[in-house]
Write a protein of this length. Structure first.
Lengths: 119, 119, 119, 119, 119, 119, 119, 119, 119, 119
């Protein structure tokens, strides 16, 4: 499997740019690998954004997220990386990425990062 | 079955225009068709509004929503279209339409659009 | 059974008028009749208010609400009527009435009306 | 859309016929049409069976169930019809079909039919 | 409103008498009146049966159950009465009626009665 | 308050003795006192029985149960005592009493006692 | 049992007065008596406060709340009385008392009172 | 802290030996230590039994279970050991011990052991 | 990553062979790959067994299950394969494997296979 | 076991300091000892923070929290102590610590403390 690559993401034109509206996408089947232990991590990824000119196409987003399956990456980094790559692609009016990972050693972790455009 | 047509919608006069109040209508049985794959989509549609002079009659609303049953339409578009057509009909003080679709490929999507009148 | 009549409502003096506090009353057993179809409607009625000089006595409120049992009345109207009659009785500092009706034809409706005194 | 037709169903050979095991398939997105009122019905269809020589292929099952979308058929009949057609196809050791429909007029209905082979 | 009368019930012929199958009907909007206090009672009525030659038509069942709205009748009696009247109508292979009433004075009551034909 | 006394219990004649049916009564507001510590205990009491000739009247049952409010009595004993006193009163075909007490010191206890008549 | 008396309450010194923090105490086993009917009332009492110089000791608070067991007192009054007595004892930076009582006659009531110091 | 020792357990005489009844004790705060990793384990321990001549006193049971806090012991062994020690103490008519441990490495484990006397 | 191989599984001796007891292991983080589409599948795997002479060591079981991560395998086959390999390893008195997969195309599937030794 | 000591905590550099984002860590397996009674306390600890230059390493945090296992410490103090020690370690942009303890004597307590840097 190829490593995750934002170039697989496809966009389509926002047909309703005159209005601020939100698109929330929930993926409860996100999995990556802990770079320290080599053990798989599992979590629910939630992406919510207000589109400007472009929206992300859902099937390409699914393939992009699936490519993290064998990627060694820390919780904090994967959340910020996905936010960075989607912001670079879409230039959304705002975007929030939340990754809620299942417990390891009795401790569960959720990372939330937000992009707001300066007004 | 006829394609969805806002002309089936009926209204009745708001008897309490002196007060801002909200009417929230939840339809967990919304279904349309994906224009790309031809597969049916299923979701819960929630319409909440503060009426001005007119309210939408519920039985006609049900028939209007049922007519999307065999309509090929994207998530983002159906949400904005229903908001646009109800705003054109009712000129409400405010209205919010949320469409929460069931998972496809392990990913579920919710679109929320809001109309506020300028004050 | 007599039609609903606000004159059955009894009040008692608020013993703590020096402080704004809220009383929330939930009645999940509200029922009235649809004036169009003659079919019974069922819902949960929630009344929350900040008393000023008077509080409503709960047993008389129960009898007042029960009297809607055979009354033909629309969702929007019953919510506003109960708010109007309780505001006229109590002159509360604020009051909110919410009526959440069970599904009819796959669609459920909740009406919320708020009274705030001008300050 | 074509009416539902069992000939779209595909099978594959059971690789573990030496053991009784069960396959439970849940489709919460089943919809058909009431033949009396023309209104859509919605329900959750659950099919559980112990295969003998053949298993039903899941994608063809999905297409078979989707074809009821515009079919006028009563609750009791659709449950028994699906059971009959799958039994004719698979000759399973046992099979149960349950169809749990959403409320209409405040009443919800669940039909359960079971096929057991005589021993 | 007329008192409850089993003569409003309609039947249709069971199309699948060769097979034992069950029909479960849940009515969470059952209401009657306590004959002692005159206060309304509320409950969820569940009827489950295996038809023999006849099935009960759902809309007529709804009207039959609605007619208990202003009937003064005890918990134990209403459950057995509905079972008796449906058994007399349908001669089912088996039938169970459960009535789960909401709390009164901090106590809630559920009555369950079963009819089995001797074999 | 008087100590609990089965003589406050009232009965009424079972109108359906030709049929075995069950009456389940749930009281989530049972409270008594620990005889060792003097601290209040709280629990949910569930009484389920198949009546023979007599049923227990619900309001008198409520008063009987309320009288345990200031009674010092152990979990195991109160469950068996209520079963004994109701069996002596009603001679039911069968009866089960369950008392589920809330946690004390991180431990919660449920006692279940059953009376079956020899056949 | 003695009537409720704030003099049983004990305090201890707040070790972290440099910081605003909140202590929330939930007692789902609160019971008192309706002064009108003599029937017991049951509810969940929630006390949340930001301490200033003093905190309330939990065991003494438990004993104070238990003493309402046989006290005849209305919902609105008990909520405000507990708030008044705890504010007098602790002079907290802020305090909120919520009493959520179980249903009586199909109606449940929650009273919430807040104390904020003027700044 | 002393290691767990069944000698701290106290018993009292069963006052109702003429009847089979069950006592279920749930302790959601059980903790021990993994003998392999030295890491703490957490679980819910459920003990259900039908007493014969003796019942276990609850406070002594709590102290017995707390003593496992720093004990290195495997899941399978602790469940069987507690069952063995309680059976030796009480000679119950039957007893079941269930230990449901929280997830480690994404995997959670529940062990259930039952003692039945030969009849 | 190596393909799944039962040779990584380790066992330890059952210390309580005189008693039938059950060990239930739940892994909500099972993932494999659909051999037809190449898309990842996700499910909850539950293994319950009564050991005879040997128990499976949990950490080695985790590694064994993780190795299915990139394995192309059908639902029905993976369930039976895991059962076969664990039965070959442990010769348990009984074992049940359940694999509950998340929805694909609106349909979710659960496969359950049981091994019982002949007596 | 050693007493809790912040020196076991390890940090790593925040790779995304250009953005405010939050890391929430939930530990439902926190346990300490009541200094008054010597009895164990159990709770869920939640730590949420916005990192500045440093993040706390999760495995070292787990070991730090585990060391409270045999520490005698009050609810209010442990919450503030953990906040103080993590703030000293990380100098986060903001941090909130919540400790929700299980019921003792029918009363459960939650303490929440927040650190905000002056701006």
């Amino acid at each position: 499997m190829e490593p995750p690559n934002a170039s697989v993401l496809e966009v389509f034109e926002n047909q309703h740019p005159h209005r601020d509206y939100t698109i929330e996408i929930v993926c409860p089947e996100f999995t990556s690998v802990c770079p320290k232990t080599g053990q798989p991590d599992f979590g629910t990824l939630t992406i919510a954004y207000t589109p400007d000119v472009m929206c992300v196409e859902l099937k390409s987003l699914k393939l992009y997220l699936q490519a993290f399956r064998n990627e060694g990456i820390f919780y904090e980094h994967v959340t910020n990386r996905i936010l960075d790559e989607l912001v670079a692609l879409l230039s959304p009016r705002s975007m929030r990425v939340t990754a809620a990972f299942t417990p390891r050693g009795g401790i569960s972790t959720t990372v939330t990062a937000v992009h707001e455009i300066a007004r």
